[in-house]
Structures are given as C-alpha cells and as structure tokens.
Write a new protein. Structure first.
Length: 506
C-alpha cells in the first residue's frame, strides 16, 4: 500500500484550512432529483479544489484557486445518490447512524439546549444530504469576494442540478493576524502535521491514515474503507480495493465532523469576574479576569501557553508556539496549566493518564520513555481542525470588561467547528466523550471541560474546576457557555469517487 499521498485525489480542505481565503460559507443541501445530482457531483468535481497545491513550496505553482470549493455528503446523501449497498455497509457505524442518534447524543453531551430536537439543522427535521463548502477572497474580504462565493453557489445548486440549497451558514471573515474566537482567545494553534506532507520540522506529526482513508494509520494499519464489487465499476473509475474483487470507494476520502456551536460570551466573562473574587492573590481588574480565563482555557488570550508562561502572557510573536510537552516543562501535575483546562483535556500531550498524581499507576514525569509512550497514545486521537467563527465579535478589542458588561443583543455568535479524521469513534467521539465531557478526566472528580461541558447530563452533571497548586483552589457553579445549534457527520470523497457517483444509474 502506497504511503505517498495522492494529492490530486484528495479534496483540498482535508489538507489545508485555506487561511489565505478569508471568505467562507457552508451550504447545506437536499438532493431532490438523484439522476441530476449524480451528474452534478461528477461535473462539480472539475470545479473543486484538490490537494495539488500542497506539493509545491509557498509562492510557487500549482497555486490555490481564487475560489476554493469542496463537497461532502451524509450517509443519507450517498443512499439517495444510489451508491451500492456493499459500499454503504463499509462506512463506519457513527457515520451510518448519524450524530443525532440518541445514545450518541448522550455521549457527545448534546442535551438540554443542545439536544438534537432543538437543532436548527441536522436533527430529525429536514433531510440533510450534503454540504458545499466555499472559500474565497484575499486579505481584504471585500463585498465583491463574498459576491463571488454566492454566485458560485447559485450557479452550482438548484433544480437543474437536482440539489436544493436550503440553509447557508456564513463564517466571519477570517483575520489571519488576530485569529481570535468570540471569548477572545487566539484559535487554530494545535493542529498536527501529516507525515510526508507537512514542511514543518516538528515532532507533532500523525500518520496519513489518521486523516485520510487508504493509508497506514498510527497502528500501522490501513483504515476500513467502503468497497464496491468490481463488477459494479466496469469502467474502473475507482482504485483497486482490498482484493481484485473490490474497488475502493473511500480511498483518499475523509470523515468530516461539522458542529455549529453558539458561544455565550457575556456569561463566560461574568462567571470569571465573579469567581475571581474567591481566589486570593489574583491580579486586580482586567488582568485578573484574563488570568482566570487563561486557567480555564489553558492558554493566554494571545495564544501563548500557560505551561511556558505561567504568570503572565508571553510575547505575541510566540502565540502560535505549540512546541512543548507538559512533563518536559515541569507541568506534569497541572500547577501551570490546570489538568482540566480546555486546551489540556482536548490534547493531553504527555499528561499521565489515567491519574497524573499516582506514579505507581501512571509512571513518573521524569521518565522520558514513558512520556514518549503517552504522546504516541494521544496521537491516536488527534483531529485535523478546520473551524471558523461566525457572527460579529461582541467587542473588536476583546476587552474582558466590555465583553462582560455589553448589553444583551439578538445576534448569535459562535464557532463552525469542522474537523477531519479517519475514524470517528476513535478520534472525534473519543475526544469528546472521554476527555472533554468526562468529569473524572485524569484523576479529577467533578470537573467537566469548562468551555464545552459544564452541567451536561451524561455521564453526570458537574460544574466544578480545580486550579492545582498549594493549596488547590476549586471553583464551583461553572455555567453552560457553549451550546450546539446543529451538526452532522459527512464524508468528503475523492475525485475518483465523485466520478464514480456520476457514472451510477438509478
């Protein structure tokens, strides 16, 4: 099995967040005429952005297109298109069942205001068959560039194509300099590189098969992939599969997780302002607000890591520095970056699991080989994130006092969370259920993720947060500051798979 990525077959968003394209819009659609939609998928493949641009150095051809479009389908979308049953059965169970399946919703923490029956999309309402993702523009993101994206959507959706676009989700124009999410923290820092692809000389790499089907993963195995019996692909549009009897529909594709998350910005900063009163020695005023908020998040607002800069933010030019492990920098027990902080539990790095403070059970932080083993295990659960914020910032300067005291408005603001992975169960769902939602993560007892999981019903309602130290300080009454407005699992197929869909007959 080849380990060299077939870039011309992989849709570009799997390999890049398109940071050079500040305009982003996501179009959810329903297939109304399968015959037309099959032809549409094959024709649209000629307009999509694929991964060839990753083969060259920055500033050299082949270049990104001025408008980068990508296409992904839900399981119901593939069923409606008439993909053979043999291939459908080869997709992973989470993808086949969907994000809103009841037991899955409990594990993901989608209850209360986040319950699928309350979602704007992706729940039990209107059929969702796919998403067209369009990125455009340059540094300015001026109105003409938004117009270009909308014109592309109009041209490639509609009755003539058998596709009805029923909901458009616009992202906020990306600011590559600030890159702040609505709580005011620099975002998009901790993505891993892909071995054999990334030009960064870093230890934070994952095997290609952790992101893309058809390549070896962190277990040195090729992930399961939907297969088509060879006789159902007489034109050999798909690559060879597990044997000569099958062709591989999934190769060079990837599972896409899409969740629309609304952020309650005022509630977050009001909690911070109130809770800091019970912490002795905290800096006064806005500095104290930022200090406590950084403990909850795991980084300072400018992106610098608490593990590297425990007492005050580091320089702005160090905000994207992700070259650290907790144990190697003397933070094995959470005295700089709390064990339960959002950043640490979403990527524990070399944190000793299951219990950092029990060397007999979890080993010692001084043992380099043990830390290496921990990092290798964590790498089996990494995600390739591609999210963007939506809605205008509550304050363009992200000042804590302004964010806290701003009057309530009717504008919704949040994050379109997107990530790619080759194994939904082992990667996204494991991270969300076992690390993020788990109040007992890493030896804690009643500490959910302070941003995403407070007061979720499963596995039990919890709302506390411990700041490790001598003495440890415990915060109580964490509010729910993030809710889910919609979500679905998609699969982003290869160029060959889109061509195969176009060859199907009803």
């Amino acid at each position: 099995m080849s380990t060299e990525l077939e870039l011309s077959e992989i849709q570009g968003l799997v390999l890049s967040g398109y940071g050079e394209r500040p305009v982003a819009t996501y179009v959810l659609f329903e297939i109304t005429h399968p015959d037309r939609a099959r032809r549409w998928a094959a024709e649209l493949a000629g307009e999509l952005q694929f991964g060839e641009f990753r083969a060259s150095a920055r500033g050299r051809p082949p270049f990104l297109k001025p408008l980068c479009a990508n296409l992904a389908f839900t399981f119901d979308g593939f069923v409606t298109l008439g993909v053979p049953a043999a291939a459908l059965s080869g997709f992973s169970l989470p993808f086949r069942e969907g994000m809103a399946e009841p037991s899955r919703s409990r594990r993901l923490g989608d209850d209360g205001e986040s319950a699928p029956e309350r979602w704007l999309w992706g729940g039990a309402g209107r059929p969702l068959h796919g998403v067209l993702l369009v990125y455009a523009g340059s540094d300015a993101a001026d109105p003409s560039e938004w117009q270009a994206a909308r014109e592309f959507v109009r041209r490639w959706t509609g009755d003539a194509h058998g596709v009805h676009a029923y909901l458009t989700l616009d992202a906020t124009a990306l600011d590559q300099t600030e890159r702040k999410e609505h709580f005011g923290f620099r975002d998009g820092i901790a993505n891993p590189g892909i071995l054999g692809l990334s030009r960064r000389l870093t230890g934070d790499m994952v095997a290609p098969g952790e992101v893309v089907l058809g390549y070896r993963n962190g277990y040195d195995r090729v992930p399961l992939s939907p297969q088509v019996p060879a006789e159902l692909d007489p034109d050999r549009r798909l690559p060879r599969g597990e044997s000569e009897k099958f062709h591989d529909f999934g190769r060079n594709g990837s599972y896409l997780v899409f969740r629309q998350l609304v952020q309650h910005v005022q509630a977050f900063w009001r909690f911070v302002a109130e809770a800091k009163r019970n912490i002795p020695g905290i800096p006064p005023g806005a500095a104290g607000d930022r200090w406590l908020a950084a403990k909850l998040v795991g980084r300072w607002p400018n992106g610098t890591a608490l593990t590297l800069y425990p007492d005050a933010p580091g320089p702005d030019n160090a905000g994207d520095n992700d070259e650290f492990d907790f144990g190697r920098f003397g933070d094995a027990y959470g005295r700089r970056c709390p064990i339960g902080s959002h950043v640490r539990r979403s990527n524990p790095r070399d944190t000793a699991l299951p219990v950092p403070h029990d060397p007999e059970l979890s080993g010692t932080p001084e043992d380099a080989s043990t830390r290496k083993q921990r990092l290798a295990l964590v790498d089996l659960h990494r995600l390739m994130r591609r999210g963007r914020m939506y809605g205008p910032p509550l304050d363009v300067g992200f000042d804590p006092e302004t964010l806290r005291t701003a009057p309530e408005d009717a504008i919704e603001r949040g994050l379109h969370f997107l990530c790619f992975n080759a194994n939904l169960s082992r990667q996204f769902e494991f991270v969300q259920a076992s690390w993020v939602n788990n109040p007992c993560f890493a030896g804690l007892s009643r500490d959910p993720d302070p941003l995403l999981s407070a007061r979720r019903e499963h596995p039990f309602s919890a709302d506390e947060f411990v700041i490790q130290g001598l003495p440890p300080r415990r915060l109580k009454g964490l509010p729910r500051v993030v809710e889910v407005r919609g979500g679905a699992y998609f699969f982003m197929p290869s160029r060959a798979a889109l061509g195969y869909v176009g060859s199907l007959r009803g």
